[in-house]
Design a protein around this ligand. Sequence first.
Ligand code: ATP
Length: 318
Amino acid sequence: MLTLLANAKINLYLEIIGSRPDGFHELVMVMQSVNLADRIDLKPLNTPTIRIICNHPQVPTDHTNLAYKAVSLIQKRFPSRTNQRGGVEITIDKKIPVGAGLAGGSANAAAVLFGLDMLWQLGLTRIGLQELGAELGSDVPFCLAGGCAIATGRGEEVDVLRKSPKLFAVLAKYESTSVSTPWAYQTYRAEFEHTYLNLDNFATLEERRSRIHAGKMVEAVSAQNAAKVGAQLHNDLEKVVLPAYPKVTQLKATMADIARDRGGLGTMMSGSGPTVFTLTDNLVQAGTIQREVRSHFNDPDLKVYVAPFATHGIVARP
Ligand code: ATP
């Protein structure tokens, strides 16, 4: 049996720059792992069966689960190893909110790829794992890399940044509210396609991708300047998600007010939402912001977490 911890991610920066011929969006993002983790237990089975057990009612346990898809992909790519080893039972202890913009499903898929590589001694390199991960979902390569990284392309091209400041994220999500990631991007396309860059021109695309490396968020992260990281938070998807979810708009406004009073550094929605986070460089402050957000709304449906920035995406438990 192998136990892994799979961290959630937040987006410190998410900019949509255009449409790709494959139908996805061309993105420039800065992503950060946070220590809010699902626990994944992998138990080898003698037959090639894939069995998923999960304690969260919204998570499917059939072939549509991303963890299931990760095993299927490995079984397809390594048939002789599958004949020797068989299958696997995966137990997911869900702590990452579902449909939250925190890449919970992608983190699970990343953990399964990482874990099967260890269990079945596949000898995959970090790059090899990330290439497999990209076939499962755009966020999976980042979840494998972990820490802080620039992500370009549809999100699957990951450049890890060596340093990032030691910050804490206070994350808040209404348990009963989820946002579909495809809906968020389709709505963005419908409203903002006229602003997209023409990416047929390769030079334009390369110039635009490389600009993130010299951008203000990466500069702030590399300088470990917490205040500047807070000031540079940006997420284009807020433009479509917030108007459609007034409760989330209200949550963001209130968290920003509380953060301002309590020395928070900035407040933003993560990914396609609806999770809203506030950054702070102080654990005590994070706890204060968490308590104040909870007591302001006094709503059992609103879950508020404190998660430190993490240096890893997936960690194997000894
Ligand atoms: P992202 O930020 O990558 O867009 P998300 O955090 O918004 O993802 P997830 O929590 O990954 O969303 O889940 C989105 C949907 O995927 C869920 O509603 C669920 O039906 C499905 N799903 C499939 N596998 C998993 C998994 N292992 N964990 C969570 N959800 C899963």
